[in-house]
Design a protein around this ligand. Structure first.
Ligand code: CDP
Length: 231
């Protein structure tokens, strides 16, 4: 059967990764969370003191970018792929608020974007891939057969992320998450290189009031239409 590329872009915490994973499982495609790659570079910058609350040594970070090795690997056959940074599983650490607070400045750096986009291109060579992020339909795969752009009210998104994170971190507050979501949306949409914008041929889905299952079926139908060449 014909394999396609599915690009899912959108604002923070719109449930992109949930639907991307559902589609990849159903279609037996590879799922790639491009945000995890930006988060891993951010963790590297924090761990090596290129980045902190009052300092961002962009030049030094750019110089050591070739030293950063990123891989998606499964711990066992049934588990989902985890992000590995220089051979270390960092899946849990990259999801913390600590990393979320610094990731958007890192994602403004063209040198970082260039490195990650090159890796993402390689992953999509054989098609049969669902990738989510901010620039997948506009920059990474401008010829993707199906492009989805996901939006939802900021408050709805912050509440979803809060429910997800509060089990792992009891100190987290809804207000802190809402602020982070709004700050990242602003930086992601206004940066110079590859800002978050809707591609001309993307289908916009506002899921403020749609449940996960309905949304999955809507997007799956769109994918099936593309695979069958109906659209
Ligand atoms: O899960 P959530 O939607 O909150 O974020 P993410 O997909 O993990 O992405 C984290 C951050 O990485 C975003 O806020 C962007 O700043 C950046 N990013 C990007 O610039 N381009 C991408 N393709 C993916 C993520």
């Amino acid at each position: 059967m014909k394999k396609i590329i599915i690009a899912i872009d959108g604002y923070s915490s719109t449930g992109k990764s949930t639907v991307a994973k559902q589609l990849a499982d159903y279609l037996d495609y590879i799922y790639v969370d491009s945000g995890a790659m930006y988060r891993a570079v951010t963790l590297f910058a924090l761990q090596n003191n290129y980045l902190s609350k009052d300092n961002f040594d962009k030049e030094s970070l750019i110089k050591v970018l070739p030293e950063i090795q990123l891989d998606f690997k499964k711990e066992n056959a049934d588990s989902k792929a985890n992000m590995f940074l220089n051979g270390v599983n960092v899946e849990k650490e990259i999801r913390t608020m600590y990393v979320s607070d610094f990731v958007s400045p890192i994602a403004t750096l063209s040198e970082v974007r260039k490195k990650l986009v090159a890796i993402q291109h390689q992953m999509g060579i054989k098609k049969g891939i669902v990738m989510d992020g901010r620039d997948i339909g506009t920059v990474v795969f401008p010829k993707a057969e199906l492009k989805i752009f996901m939006t939802a009210d900021a408050e709805v998104r912050a509440m979803r992320r809060f429910n997800e994170l509060k089990e792992k971190d009891e100190t987290i507050t809804y207000d802190e998450i809402l602020k982070n979501v709004q700050k990242r949306d602003l930086m992601d949409t206004t940066r110079e290189d590859s800002p978050l914008i809707i591609a001309n041929d993307a289908i916009e889905i506002d899921n403020s009031e749609t449940n996960e299952e309905d949304q999955f079926h809507i997007i799956l139908q769109l994918a099936k239409d593309r695979v069958a060449g109906r659209i």
